[in-house]
Write a protein that binds this ligand. Structure first.
Ligand SMILES: NC(=O)c1ccc[n+]([C@@H]2O[C@H](COP(=O)([O-])OP(=O)(O)OC[C@H]3O[C@@H](n4cnc5c(N)ncnc54)[C@H](O)[C@@H]3O)[C@@H](O)[C@H]2O)c1
Length: 335
């Protein structure tokens, strides 16, 4: 299956096909230098399958969110320079959203931009972060503060790599597919509600989630308005993530962040789906502390927060409310 993201000269294709990992090197061009970025938690064989060109190297960063830091970014850029990369060479990220965000950012700033290819190997990165061109690192304790919009040249999604993904990470990724479904596609939501996300239907769900995301990105590449729907659940989610110091995964924080933003009947259905996917539906931490970072959030302008609400499955509304109103809404929201 091939999906095209149509963004004029920044257009690219997404291949969703079991086994496609082994065709990445040939697709990119064996003559170029290929810098394969991965992390220590990604099975080594995936990067090795991609790094078969004569001039390729694998660079491994420590696994986890901590790799999205200025220090690691400069180590990566240093390794690219040492590898004598020129502007005609390419960076390939093989891993989850961390490696994709870091590798995309490094590719976008090295010599003012070298080609970037993404090979997502977590469910989260397949359904969400590998598409749309957002790259970032965390800075000064604030998530995704430094980054660029930089579209990949191609994305390769090989669902066979999910076989090694720990269940908890699979669930966290499933949450981003639920997010797209509940805001934009009632049929997809019902499908997940009735069948869950399994080895058998995962490719179909990935494909549908990507189609939803691509339709949004094509209409609003740089998040001027519509694309903000993809931040559903992320304002509170990022707050919980910021204070949880790794206790919760990104997708789990988004799950918690979505719940209070739904009307009661929708919330009931959402909670049932999240529970079936083994995602958290209750937060026992300090909600005031989780709400404190919202002033730094990119969705916050002055004293206003841009929020997304879902009052009917498959339909969302966007509005701006004060940070005080947001905090009240969350506290009343049943978390
Ligand atoms: N750019 C965007 O649009 C966007 C969107 C959503 C999330 N994100 C970012 O994505 C990040 C989260 O991504 P993630 O959930 O993929 O986390 P991650 O990249 O940390 O990967 C999760 C863990 O799984 C391991 N792993 C990866 N693939 C594996 C495989 N196939 N088998 C076994 N282990 C594997 C990794 O080593 C890591 O330990 C966050 O930093 C978030 O901000 C970005």
């Amino acid at each position: 299956m091939q999906i095209n993201v149509n963004l004029g000269e920044r257009s690219y294709g997404i291949t969703v096909e079991r086994g496609c990992l082994s065709s990445v090197a040939e697709y990119i061009g064996e003559q170029r230098r290929i810098f394969v970025l991965t992390d220590s938690g990604v099975p080594r064989e995936y990067a090795e399958t991609v790094a078969t060109a004569k001039h390729s190297m694998i660079y491994t960063v420590p696994e986890g969110e901590g790799a999205k830091s200025p220090e690691v970014l400069f180590q990566v850029l240093g390794a690219m320079l040492e590898f004598n990369m020129t502007r005609s060479d390419a960076v390939v990220a093989v891993g989850g959203g961390v490696v994709g965000d870091l590798g995309g950012f490094a590719a976008s700033v090295y010599m003012r931009g070298v080609d970037f290819y993404n090979v997502p190997t977590t469910l989260l990165s397949m359904v969400d972060s590998s598409v749309g061109g957002k790259t970032a690192i965390n800075f000064s304790g604030v998530k995704n503060t430094v980054g660029t919009f930089y579209q990949p040249k191609h994305v390769f999604i090989d669902a066979n790599t999910l076989k090694t993904l720990p269940d908890r990470h699979f669930s966290a990724g499933a949450c981003e597919a639920v997010k797209m479904a509940i805001c934009l596609d009632a049929e997809l939501f019902s499908k997940i509600e009735s069948a869950g996300i399994t080895e058998d239907n995962v490719e179909e769900i990935i494909t549908r989630a990507i189609e939803i995301k691509k339709n949004i990105v094509e209409r609003d590449e740089r998040e001027g308005g519509l694309r903000r729907v993809l931040n559903f659940g992320h304002t509170l989610g990022h707050g919980i993530e910021a204070i949880s110091h790794g206790e919760f995964y990104h997708g789990e924080c988004v799950a918690l962040g979505m719940i209070p933003m739904c009307a009661p009947y929708v919330r009931e259905r959402l909670i049932a789906v999240l529970r079936a996917l083994n995602l958290p539906t209750e937060y026992c931490g300090d909600i005031d502390a989780a709400l404190a970072p919202i002033e730094h959030d990119k969705k916050c302008e002055g004293d206003e927060v841009a929020i997304i609400k879902v009052e009917k499955v498959g339909k969302f509304t966007a509005e701006k409310i004060t940070t005080h109103e947001f905090k009240t809404l969350i506290k009343k929201g049943g978390l």
